[in-house]
Ligand binder design. Structure first.
Ligand SMILES: C[S@@+](CC[C@H](N)C(=O)[O-])C[C@H]1O[C@@H](n2cnc3c(N)ncnc32)[C@H](O)[C@@H]1O
Length: 222
């Protein structure tokens, strides 16, 4: 059987039980984003989440929108061409590679997640621009050495030029520590919907910081 280009160097695929009869956190997030990679158990869990936290959909969409704005900044203003997306989640268009390859078709994107179910969904949904490359690896954010040694990563990316991420549900001071040693791009660390907003979701202008309780920032090495 031919090995797709985006899996060169990766270990053979193992069958993954998607456990569609029970809710899965990443698929519930997909429901909140309006995605299509979810099942009745996920949709039921999303309804329960929204009943308890009516802003949950807006929080998910603003989280996703920050990723898109940060990616556009990196590819258009900072000239980055190689990306590593750790904790990528289930693909929801536009995905990172769609955003950056729209500006730079040769851009290379490695998606990493520690959840095999997420990776199984990702393989089915991601297709690179023919001039660029994508790869998907199962990897844990807490084991950066293993990520950097991953053969699929080394196949696609010869060097990392930038790293983007966000940390949720912590104090601003704790999140700020994540950027130690990096220069924060303007406007620095801020609630996610105030980081270079370019589109305002209906009602977003009236949201308080507490309504969308996520911090976002973009750090660069000097
Ligand atoms: C909210 S979802 C995806 C968010 C997505 N990056 C976005 O901006 O829309 C978070 C993802 O992080 C993954 N994740 C959680 N802990 C992780 C870890 N230690 N290493 C890698 N991925 C992790 C989960 O499996 C999940 O798919």
């Amino acid at each position: 059987m031919a090995v797709p280009e985006d899996w060169m160097g990766a270990p053979p695929r193992q069958p993954v039980d998607l456990h569609t009869d029970r809710p899965h956190a990443a698929r519930v997030y997909d429901v909140l984003l309006g995605g299509k990679t979810n099942y009745p158990a996920d949709r039921e869990a999303a309804e329960q989440t929204l009943a308890a936290l009516p802003n949950a959909g807006a929080i998910a969409r603003q989280n996703r929108a920050f990723m898109q704005r940060a990616a556009r900044h990196l590819v258009s203003e900072a000239g980055i061409r190689q990306f590593l997306d750790i904790g990528t989640g289930i693909p929801t268009s536009p995905n990172l590679h769609e955003i950056v390859q729209a500006t730079a078709p040769q851009a290379r994107v490695v998606y990493a997640d520690n959840d095999p179910i997420v990776l199984a969904h990702s393989r089915a949904l991601h297709t690179s621009h023919p001039h660029g490359r994508t790869a998907y690896i199962q990897a844990d954010l807490c084991r950066p050495g293993e990520i950097l040694r991953n053969p699929a990563l080394r196949e696609v990316s010869d060097n990392f030029e930038a790293k983007g991420s966000h940390v949720n549900a912590r104090s601003k001071g704790e999140v700020l520590r994540f950027f130690h040693g990096l220069d924060l791009v303007d406007p620095g660390l801020t609630v996610v919907h105030r980081w270079r907003p370019d589109t305002v979701e209906v009602g977003a202008a009236g949201w308080s910081d507490a309504d969308i309780p996520l911090y976002a920032g973009l750090g660069r090495t000097s």
